[in-house]
Design a protein around this ligand. Structure first.
Ligand SMILES: N[C@@H](CCC(=O)N[C@@H](CS)C(=O)NCC(=O)O)C(=O)O
Length: 352
């Protein structure tokens, strides 16, 4: 297939429609990422750390890509690894690049600077591997020197960012350690259920095509949100906060944040995750979320609500046929000391 044909083909990789993600039983299945290489300082490594050699393709809408954007900023890698965000719209040909006339919020929402004739992300994948039959996902970490994709797995991309480029960084960024040795075991254990039940759990709830699959996913999701809330309640009450693991910002915060910040504006209604919302049902998660958003620029500046709301509601026609974006909630995120009126009233009553 020529690249132009590849960009215009409407069938997804592996033969089915690009929007068809559920299995026969109605359960949502996320495919494993295909490119799983690592940038490494080892002599002779295929992907050595070098300034301006790798390009990160993301979408501001996507929670998996959001992990990479946050860590890239926390580690001061913005000049070392340039980045392009696709447009929020993902239709039957997959993610597309913004045109030069489209002005969208957020840094680097532009046509592909490396391949100005490309219209869609899938062209990067086919340009690297013409017989590629996986999904065309963000984040994608691309090596422009070798025309190869290093990785399209966010959990591994962020771990590369933690240390691979440290020799090129000033001490202030080198010392940022999101995966400290003494917390590794705890973080891995938390990742396991946070990933399956929360990060991916919202998708399992939203893309289920049977009542049973939806009910199971949604109940599991809320059980795990309760668990995260209880964890934060104990760490915050013992004055160890404000992060998931006390005084130290870690990978656990990054991985939970990208789902929780999308929860009230999108997942509650679009993915039917509506047993409770964060702002009125989870006070400790709400406080933790707003601290990250309002006090840490790496979180706030990489959170682009217009991309988030429009992507989900206008791209998933199988869920929202007419692509109407709901107006609420009234604020995408509340101010640091602000509460919904019912919470405000309850707090006032408790103080009296
Ligand atoms: N396991 C991957 C998942 C990435 C992923 O599924 N990204 C979504 C956007 S939120 C995507 O690009 N989907 C396009 C598709 O599946 O066609 C990761 O964590 O990097």
């Amino acid at each position: 297939m020529s690249e132009t044909n590849q960009a215009s083909s409407t069938s997804g990789a592996n033969g089915g429609s690009i929007l068809n993600w559920a299995s026969k039983s109605g359960d949502f299945k996320r495919q494993d990422s295909v490119f799983r290489n690592f940038i490494s300082k080892q002599p002779g490594a295929e992907f050595p750390p070098e300034k301006d050699r790798y390009h990160l393709y993301v979408s501001y809408a996507c929670p998996w890509a959001h992990r990479a954007l946050i860590v890239r900023k926390l580690k001061g890698l913005e000049d070392i690894i340039p980045c392009t965000s696709v447009h929020w719209e993902m239709l039957d040909k997959g993610w597309r690049f913004a045109t030069k006339d489209e002005k969208l919020p957020g840094d680097n929402v532009t046509p592909d600077p490396l391949h100005p004739d490309y219209t869609h992300l899938r062209q990067i994948y086919f340009g690297v591997k013409p017989d590629y039959n996986g999904r065309f996902t963000v984040p994608t970490l691309y090596d422009k020197k070798q025309n190869k994709i290093v990785s399209n797995e966010s959990s591994e991309i962020i771990r590369m960012f933690y240390t691979a480029f440290d020799d090129l960084l000033p001490e202030s960024y080198k010392s940022v350690d999101l995966f400290p040795t003494d917390l590794r075991k705890d973080i891995e254990e938390t990742n396991e259920w946070t990933y399956h039940d929360i990060n991916n759990g919202v998708y399992k709830s939203g893309f289920a095509t049977s009542e049973e699959a939806y009910t199971n996913a949604c109940l599991t999701l809320f059980k795990s949100l309760d668990r995260a809330e209880a964890h934060l309640a104990s760490s915050q009450s013992s004055q160890r906060g404000p992060y998931y693991y006390g005084a130290h910002l870690t990978e656990a915060d990054v991985r939970l944040y990208t789902t929780i910040v999308r929860f009230d504006p999108v997942y509650v209604q679009h993915f039917k995750c509506n047993i409770r919302d964060i702002r009125s049902g989870y006070p400790h998660l709400h406080r933790w979320l707003r601290h990250l958003y309002w006090d840490l620029p790496a979180f706030r500046e990489t959170t682009q609500f217009e991309h988030i709301k429009k992507h989900y509601t206008k791209s998933h026609k199988q869920i929202n046929q007419h692509s109407i974006t709901p107006l609420g909630p009234e604020k995408d995120i509340l101010g640091k000391e602000e509460e919904v009126s019912a919470v405000e009233a309850a707090l006032k009553a408790a103080r009296q």
